[in-house]
Design a protein around this ligand. Structure first.
Ligand code: FHN
Length: 683
């Protein structure tokens, strides 16, 4: 088959690019990139479609119902057995016109569909693969039909293409459980990369203009920056205007989705999460399922409400991002009714309020207690859209920190005017008692030019507790007087001016507010700090170095009570990290012992894990990072007296990658690994 690939590549005018290079695609100016990204930044909202052979088992295998598009791996289905699904793929209800219309009516502007997921099955007529839709009873090129419909209905078509491939014999590594049945002998990864390039060439040659190439599965050890850069270059060579996500390369930092500098990719891809703040100057898109699975799972009825989906879209747009909302069609080719209903309702909202989403940029306000805001500049004016989630029962809405008076304020639902007046640091809007839309009613404020918005001061400190003393920073704002109190009373123009740093020796309630020309112009911000006694140390008598780790076997979505379970094995854990006995899937550990700290202080702990983990001191839970997730860190703090303290780390991995790391910091210092010398256990 690969000989055929070579011949076909020639016939497809495969550009003669290296499959590995560190040389980036020719640089483009900021203006050129802005022009390339313009449609995507305008769009803000797209449909993700995960569809393939995995829709046939629909999440179920040998009695297990929790599977998804990973079913071949998570259910350890041998290649031969999985390939048989191809003989049953006949989605006679597939209707490209209907799918595109559902997306369009929802207010979505682009569709990203899996041309090939990790299982290696191509949803299109690939001349370089025998594992595609043309060998199924269906025998129709799904992507071609979607491309034609997207053109007709004026949506942009994009492809998700997996770098990881569990079917192609040249892809490495194999799944750990199938190495015996599928030895790696004879596999040639560079030959696989040429195959990957050939398929990407087909996708960017035969289906018209493609908006984005959404790569995925870049995290395994065989993929590297050289391959990633070359694949990015290929896409941009074939279609210079296409946009390529950051998963083409290896610079992405886990599910948070953003890349380090120096790696290929035009935008970040947070997954199943929304960044806590906007990322100025960075293009990013949150992808998210409507229920708990990307691929169709017939048992999973845990669909997010329409309200939650609308508010996610608004929250993301208020931070300058795009929302790629997923549907997982059935093996018959139908988008699940639960998704259809939600998309229809979102579309009803978008028809009224879409102007406050499309082409907007991140919020002018850092924090609005009752909702979000988006901003759009148009015809020399600035539109500030206020998204009110929590409607005031009395119809009086306080907008904090607005230093300019709007030319007009109005409800987007009917263009009716809204009365506005100033009250100290707030602009007060007088609204109807009943919101036009309970999920999110949008108020437009129109300004001549950019409005002045005063950001509330920030009270910053490593922790809210301290043992000896604590340094607190109250940031100042250029042109503003930031004044503060430490007794819980609101600041006045007579209160002390913040110099930026405040040293606390005892409990305090710190309040800060910004003043301009003697008038308060921001809300008061408040933060409580407490001086606490350190947790008394213990004196273990007979101990030796390292934590004692007990191993458990099972498949969990959250940490179980290991204490009530049968241990499979045990080992010594000199540092809190992924060690040999922890490699693999469906595994858990409980590591227990003591940590010896050198001084009485507040210790902040950062626990990074994939999947879930928890850190306890005795019965006190200090860090909770439980749940199914890719590598992510959570932090917590505890005051400890000099000496030994009982410590316990629980961790589990269900499937896929693993991660476990524990770091510590004390106020004012950076995080460091917990030294092995600090860790012991009772003999
Ligand atoms: O492994 C894939 C998963 O199946 C799904 O495609 C998501 C969607 O972004 N991406 C990977 C998990 O991060």
């Amino acid at each position: 088959m690969l000989l055929l690939a070579g011949w076909l590549l020639g016939s497809m005018q495969q550009p003669q690019l290296p499959i590995k290079t560190e040389v980036p695609f020719p640089a483009e100016t900021r203006e050129q990139k802005d022009a390339r990204m313009d449609w995507w930044r305008e769009a803000r909202f797209g449909m993700f479609i995960h569809w393939g052979l995995y829709s046939i088992p629909a999440g179920e295998w040998m009695g297990s119902k929790g599977q998804g598009e990973w079913i071949r791996d998570t259910a350890n289905i041998p290649l031969e057995a999985y390939d048989k699904f191809a003989g049953h793929f006949n989605p006679h209800k597939f209707d490209a016109e209907q799918w595109v219309k559902i997306a369009k009516d929802a207010g979505m502007k682009y569709i990203v569909i899996t041309s090939k997921h990790h299982d290696g099955f191509a949803l299109y007529d690939s001349k370089v693969s025998e594992f595609d839709v043309m060998v199924t009873p269906f025998k129709r090129d799904v992507l071609k039909e979607l491309a034609d419909e997207c053109k007709k209905q004026e949506l942009t078509l994009c492809f998700y293409h997996s770098i990881m491939d569990w079917h192609n014999a040249d892809y490495l590594p194999r799944r750990s459980w199938e190495v015996a049945q599928r030895p790696e002998r004879g596999a040639d990864f560079d030959r696989y990369v040429r195959y990957l390039h050939a398929q990407v060439t087909e996708l960017l040659t035969n289906y018209g203009p493609i908006g984005t190439m959404w790569f995925d599965g870049e995290w395994e050890s065989t993929w590297n920056h050289g391959y990633g850069q070359a694949l990015y270059n290929l896409c941009r060579t074939l279609q210079p205007n296409t946009i390529v996500n950051n998963r083409v390369d290896v610079g992405r930092g886990g599910m948070a989705g953003m890349s380090d500098a120096g790696y290929a990719g035009d935008y970040g891809t947070p997954e199943q999460e929304i960044p806590t703040t906007g990322l100025p100057g960075v293009d990013w898109e949150t992808c998210m399922t409507m229920n708990g699975h990307w691929g169709y799972n017939r048992s999973d009825k845990s669909f997010k409400s329409t309200r939650e989906l609308i508010r996610n879209l608004v929250d993301i747009a208020s931070k300058g991002g795009n929302y790629l909302l997923n549907v997982g069609p059935t093996s018959l080719g139908e988008i699940p009714q639960e998704s259809v209903v939600r998309l229809k309702e979102i579309g009803e909202w978008m028809r009224v309020y879409g102007d406050s989403i499309y082409g907007t940029s991140s919020s002018a306000f850092e924090n609005l207690p009752w909702g979000r805001s988006t901003v759009k500049r148009r015809n020399g004016k600035t539109m500030v859209f206020l998204h009110v989630f929590d409607w005031p029962a009395d119809g009086i809405l306080a907008v904090p920190g607005l230093g300019s008076d709007p030319l007009r304020a109005f409800l987007l639902s009917d263009d009716s005017s809204v009365a506005a007046r100033r009250d100290g640091p707030n602009t007060i809007l007088l609204l109807p008692k009943v919101p036009p839309n309970a999920d999110d009613t949008v108020i437009g404020l129109e300004f001549d030019g950019a409005p002045t918005i005063y950001e509330a001061p920030r009270i910053e400190a490593d922790t809210d507790i301290f043992v000896n003393s604590l340094t607190v920073k109250i940031n100042t704002r250029p042109g503003l007087d930031v004044r503060y109190t430490i007794d819980g009373t609101p600041p006045t123009v007579a209160s002390p001016l913040s110099s930026g740093v405040l040293k606390l020796d005892g409990d305090a309630v710190v309040s800060a507010q910004a003043f301009h020309e003697g008038s308060a112009v921001t809300p008061v911000v408040v933060r409580r700090f407490n001086k606490v006694p350190p947790r008394p140390s213990v004196t273990p008598t007979d101990f030796e170095s390292a934590l004692l780790a007990k191993v458990y076997s099972g498949s969990w979505d959250r940490l179980p009570d290991f204490g009530a379970m049968q241990t499979v094995s045990s080992f010594l854990m000199p540092v809190v990290s992924i060690l040999g006995p922890m490699e693999g899937e469906a595994i858990g550990i409980r590591a227990e012992g003591y940590i010896r700290v050198p001084k009485s202080e507040v210790y902040m702990f950062e626990l990074t894990s994939d999947d879930g983990a928890r850190l306890c001191f005795g019965d006190e839970l200090v860090v909770d990072n439980d749940g199914l997730h890719s590598p992510e860190a959570k932090t917590g703090a505890i005051a400890l007296a000099t000496g030994c303290h009982a410590i316990r780390v629980d961790w589990f991995n269900k499937t896929g990658g693993t991660a476990l790391r524990l770091r510590y910091a004390t106020p004012g210092d950076g995080y460091n690994e917990v030294p092995a010398a600090w860790l012991t256990h009772a003999r």
